[in-house]
Write a protein that binds this ligand. Sequence first.
Ligand code: 13P
Length: 287
Amino acid sequence: MLVSAKEMLEKARDGHYAVGQFNINNLEWTKSILLTSEELKSPVILGVSEGAGKYMTGFKTVAAMVRAMVEELGITVPVALHLDHGSYEGCLKCIEAGFSSIMFDGSHYPIAENVEKTRELVAICKEKGLSLEAEVGSIGGEEDGVVGAGECADPDECKAIADLGVDMLAAGIGNIHGKYPANWAGLSFETLAAVKEKVGGMPLVLHGGTGIPEEMIKKAIDLGVAKINVNTECQLSFAAATRAYIEAGKDLEGKGFDPRKLLAPGAAAIQETVKEKMELFGSVGKA
Ligand code: 13P
């Protein structure tokens, strides 16, 4: 069964750990992440960007696949199916398709418009029992066509959005989607602390989880981060393992070209990455 992310994030906040959001792209990604979550008895959030939803032929296909996979793999840990960086229209489509959680990314609108649109979605999500993530400030870099300048969030704007009754808040604190550049200034803990001060117990979300040093992850969790998003790191692990398989000529041996064999090393590499992240975030055994 899919659940809203509300309860798992409140537990994470109170228990001083974070739940990982791992983005999915296809069946292999979804299966690898679900199996690892079950093995480690960790709650998990499956993130779906609008681009990935389109790639998988639509949000209804995604919701049907995830629900069926949770049932047929016998997954017992809490799983939330979450839209990542949704547009207003995308949010409505995912609610209809049967997602259990959505993110409305209104960070590119003027704050008054972000507040208004978020307010409308809060009402719909509350009625339907979904959890809602909102964003203030922006995450730098690019993810599936969503580009952000990376400006740090204004704590007063965070409070205005948090007061609407969202379940989690993504505040830009110098984090970036994709690989961090060598000259990256690091996370702004000053901003994070100022946001926390204004929003109290609201679970905070750290996007751009790929490549953030361990000490920074731990400090962010200490300062109220209860959800950490990881996407690029699973893609890099999958690509490296697949490259190694092909470069070793394994696809040319016997039936090594069989997609179930060809994709297996990449799927195993995703499992390894998810495991490392869950251990670092502290969510192992928390299901
Ligand atoms: P990375 O791709 O940098 O891990 O970021 C993922 C993310 O924040 C998804 O919203």
